[in-house]
Design a protein around this ligand. Structure first.
Ligand code: ADP
Length: 298
């Protein structure tokens, strides 16, 4: 039985003498949302197009459950390209039903599935409107429906959140989460780090065509936590400034954010704080995705 695990190994790609992907390796696991982040020109779209077979690589492998991807596998993928591709004059429901029919669904199943999905995406009032009459944000919702209508095992989405207002981001996010919960492997690129941070289970950070970090979001945050800690106490935490091995980063009354030279120092600080009484909380301070991103792309 297949599980839909997508594995890229050592992908390279050059345009002329310019190498735009260099030894790119990462995994997209079933049931998980993998955020693919990197600045403009990092190589995200190129990577996605190689996964989809729209572009050849110069080296490396793309495998699904340990077997080289075939064009038959790829036909089952869901894809939302960077350049959006729906027919402007076609009506919303008609368009999505048409795409579902191309994937072999019966007319009745296609209509039921398309209607349900478009409703989930908040387009239930727009089913009979043409694509071109929709706002850009709504066109994007329709595009998501197009990628998802055949319940793909693997979903590749190029910037699905760009240009969406916060409400639409939440709607699209919950549809993707539902799809992951059913077992889909989902790779989505985004430059909106706050959205990625909230949504993704796993993370791949690309810069200049090389992978700078990858793994579970929480694992990466813990790994990059360094020795930064947060102390909240009811009393004044000013004594921290005089502690050897401690650099106070932020301080206000009972709140202190500090770097400890090592774990022993952090433990000593905790003991001292407890001895002084009034400790409300003491915890390692994990960095945000934006901070990790800055650190790893340097
Ligand atoms: P991203 O999606 O992360 O913004 P891309 O994959 O689109 O990055 O681009 C990666 C690099 O490859 C960029 O420097 C871009 O200019 C270059 N590139 C992309 N497509 C072509 C092409 N057809 N010919 C030459 N260079 C290209």
């Amino acid at each position: 039985m297949t599980t839909g695990k997508l594995v890229l190994t050592g992908i390279t790609k050059s345009y002329g003498s310019r190498r735009v992907l260099d030894d790119v390796s990462f995994e997209v696991s079933p049931g998980r949302l993998t955020g693919f982040v990197g600045g403009n020109g990092a190589g995200k779209t190129t990577t996605m197009r190689i996964v989809l077979g729209l572009l050849g690589s110069d080296g490396g492998r793309v495998e699904l459950d340990g077997v080289a991807l075939t064009s038959a596998d790829r036909r089952l993928f869901g894809y939302m390209p960077e350049e959006r591709g729906l027919y402007p004059k076609m009506k919303v429901l008609e368009q999505i039903v048409y795409l579902a029919r191309l994937h072999g669904m019966s007319k009745a199943d296609a209509t039921a599935r398309a209607t349900a999905l478009l409703t989930e995406l908040g387009l239930e009032e727009r089913l009979d409107d043409t694509i071109e009459s929709l706002s850009l944000g709504n066109q994007q919702r329709a595009q998501i429906a197009a990628a998802l209508v055949h319940d793909p095992e693997v979903l590749i989405l190029d910037e699905p959140f760009s240009g969406l207002d916060p409400l639409a981001v939440d709607v699209v996010a919950s549809v993707l989460q539902a799809s992951a919960a059913k077992g889909a492997s989902i790779l989505f690129s985004s430059h909106q780090l706050d959205v990625v941070e909230r949504l993704c289970d796993d993370l791949v950070i690309l810069a200049g065509g090389t992978i700078r970090a990858s793994g579970s979001r929480d694992g990466l945050r813990a790994q990059h936590a360094g020795n930064r800690y947060e102390l909240v106490s009811a009393g004044d935490a000013g004594w921290l400034r005089a502690e050897p091995g401690v650099t106070v980063v932020d301080f206000e009354g009972g709140y202190a954010l500090f770097d400890a030279d090592d774990v022993d120092t952090a433990q000593r600080v905790l003991r001292t704080a407890v001895d002084r009484g009034d400790v409300a909380s003491f915890a390692p301070k994990h960095p945000s995705l934006a901070q990790i991103f800055k650190e790893v792309i340097q």
